[in-house]
Design a protein around this ligand. Structure first.
Ligand code: NAD
Length: 428
C-alpha cells in the first residue's frame, strides 16, 4: 500500500493509536475521531479590476470540551478540507498538552495570498468574517494567523467582527499587531517555544547545547525564531535553513561554512518566508538543493515548513549524527516516516507539544485583552517558558512511566485531559 500523505488520515491514525493505549471505548472515540462542527463557505471578493472572484473558505471546530475553540486561519493554494480537519484535531491535543483551557479548530482559504493586492487581501479577510462571525468569538472560537496570514489580517478581521457585533472585541482574534491589542512576544513565541522544548530534551539526553548544531527546514515565522533562539538562547550553531522560493517555485536550502546568521537572513526574507537568493549568495551563502537540510551533519533537526516532509523516502536520509527531531511544523512526519524515526531511536518532540508556544501566547493575548491590561515582553516569555517546560516534563514523565515514545506519550496526556472534560460535562 502506498504511503498516506492525507493529513487527516494521519491525524486519525495517530489518535486511534493513543486511544488504544488509553483503552478508550467506542462512544468516546466516535466523538473525537471527527470534528464536532465544520463550515464550508464561498467568499465573494471585489477585485481591483472590478471583477468578482469567489473563494472557498473553511472553518473546522474539532472539540471544545475544555473551552472555546482556538486555531489559525491558513491562506494556501493547496488548502484542503482534510488538511484543515487534521490541523483542527491537532489544535485540540495542543491546547490540552499545553494545559490551556481551550479547544481545537482551524480555518482556511484556498488562495496564494502573494497573488492579491493589499486591498484585495483586506476584502478577502473581511469576507471570511462576514461568513463566519455568528460562529466565532471570544467565548466560542478564536482564530489566529497561520501559514499565509499575518497580524495585519487579524486586525482587519477583528475590526469586521467588532462592526458586525456592535462591540469592540479584541479577544475575538489573536496574533494581532501589538499596537492593536496584540501581545508582546507573540511573534517569536512559537519558535522560542520550540527552543525551550529542545533545551529540555538536551538536558534529558545529556547534550551540551553550546557544541550542538541544528538543521532547520523553512524560514517563515516559526523557523526564523527557532534559528535565532537556537543561536541566542542555547548558544548552538545553525547549519542551514531552507525556503520555498516563490519566484522560482522551488525549495532551496541555504547554508554557510560558519553557520547561518539568522538575523541577517531575516533581514533579506519577505513576509512569506522567501529568502532573497541574490543577496544570500552575495553574502557567501551556499544555495543547495531542496532536501540538503535533511542530509546535514547536525544534532537537532527542526522541520518548520509544512506537512509530510519526513516520509518513508526522506527519513532514511537523516544524518547519522542526528539525535533530536523537534517538530516545529504541524504534521511534518508521515506514519511511515515516524516508524523509521522510532526504529532509529531518535528522540522526537512531537508537533503539538513542540510548537505549542504560539497558541499558548495567543491564549496570553486573550487573557490580556479580557483584562485590558498588558504584560511586558519578559513577563510573556517567562510565562511561556514555564508552560512549555511543564508540558515537556509531563510528556517525558508519561513516556518514561508507560515506556512509550514521546509522540504516543503526548497523545496519552492530551486525549486523557479532553476525555476527562467531556465526561465531566456529561457528553460521554
Ligand atoms: P510561514 O508561512 O511563515 O513559513 C513557512 C516557511 O516554509 C516559508 O519559509 C516557506 O518558504 C517554507 N517552505 C514551504 N514549503 C517548503 C519546502 N517544500 N521546502 C522548504 N521550505 C518550505 O509559516 P509558519 O507560520 O512559520 O508555519 C510553519 C509551520 O509551523 C506550519 O506547519 C504551521 O502550521 C506551523 N505552526 C505555526 C505557528 C505560528 O505561530 N506561526 C504555530 C504553530 C504551528
Amino acid at each position: 500500500m502506498s504511503e498516506s500523505k492525507n493529513p487527516f488520515e494521519i491525524a486519525q491514525a495517530q489518535f486511534e493509536q493513543g486511544a488504544d493505549l488509553l483503552g478508550l471505548p467506542e462512544d468516546v472515540r466516535a466523538l473525537l475521531r471527527w470534528p464536532l462542527r465544520e463550515f464550508h463557505f464561498r467568499i465573494p471578493v471585489k477585485m481591483d479590476d472590478s471583477t468578482t472572484r469567489v473563494f472557498t473558505g473553511f472553518r473546522v471546530q474539532h472539540n471544545d470540551a475544555r473551552g472555546p475553540n482556538k486555531g489559525g486561519i491558513r491562506f494556501h493554494p493547496n488548502e484542503t478540507i482534510d488538511t484543515v480537519r487534521a490541523l483542527a484535531m491537532w489544535m485540540t491535543w495542543k491546547c490540552a498538552v499545553a494545559d490551556i483551557p481551550l479547544g481545537g479548530s482551524k480555518g482556511g482559504v484556498i488562495i496564494n495570498p502573494a497573488t492579491l493586492s493589499v486591498s484585495e487581501k483586506e476584502r478577502l479577510c473581511r469576507g471570511w468574517v462576514d461568513q463566519m462571525w455568528k460562529n466565532v468569538g471570544p467565548r466560542m472560537d478564536v482564530p489566529a494567523p497561520d501559514v499565509g496570514t499575518t497580524p495585519q489580517m487579524m486586525a482587519w478581521m477583528m475590526d469586521e467582527y467588532s462592526k458586525l457585533t456592535g462591540n469592540y472585541a479584541p479577544g475575538a482574534f489573536t496574533g494581532k499587531p501589538v499596537d492593536m491589542g496584540g501581545s508582546l512576544g507573540r511573534t517569536e513565541a512559537t519558535g522560542y517555544g520550540v527552543i525551550f522544548t529542545v533545551r529540555e530534551a538536551m538536558k534529558h539526553l545529556g547534550i551540551d547545547p553550546k557544541s550542538s548544531v541544528a538543521a532547520i527546514q523553512g524560514f517563515g515565522n516559526v523557523a526564523q525564531y527557532a534559528a535565532i533562539g537556537f543561536k541566542e538562547i542555547l548558544g548552538g550553531k545553525v547549519a542551514c535553513v531552507s525556503c520555498y522560493d516563490l519566484n522560482d517555485r522551488k525549495p532551496y536550502t541555504y547554508s554557510h561554512p560558519d553557520g547561518v546568521d539568522p538575523k541577517f537572513l531575516q533581514s533579506i526574507t519577505d513576509q512569506y518566508g522567501t529568502i532573497d537568493a541574490a543577496k544570500a549568495k552575495a553574502a557567501g551563502y551556499l544555495q543547495e538543493h531542496e532536501m540538503a537540510w535533511i542530509d546535514k551533519e547536525a544534532d537537532v533537526l527542526i522541520p518548520a515548513a509544512l506537512e509530510n516532509m519526513l516520509t518513508a523516502e526522506t527519513a532514511p536520509r537523516i544524518h547519522k549524527r542526528m539525535q533530536i527531531i523537534a517538530e516545529g511544523a504541524n504534521g511534518p512526519t508521515t506514519l511511515e516516516g515516524d516508524t523509521i524515526i522510532k526504529e532509529r531511536g531518535l528522540f522526537v518532540i512531537p508537533d503539538f507539544l513542540c510548537n505549542a508556544g504560539g497558541v499558548t501566547t495567543s491564549y496570553f493575548e486573550s487573557v490580556q485583552n479580557d483584562m485590558n491590561f498588558y504584560w511586558h515582553r519578559d513577563e510573556v516569555l517567562e510565562r511561556l517558558d514555564h508552560k512549555m517546560t511543564k508540558a515537556f516534563q509531563d510528556v517525558l514523565e508519561m513516556s518514561i512511566g508507560r515506556k512509550v515514545h514521546m509522540r504516543d506519550a503526548a497523545y496519552l496526556v492530551a486525549i486523557d485531559k479532553v476525555v476527562r472534560a467531556m465526561r465531566l460535562r456529561g457528553w460521554v
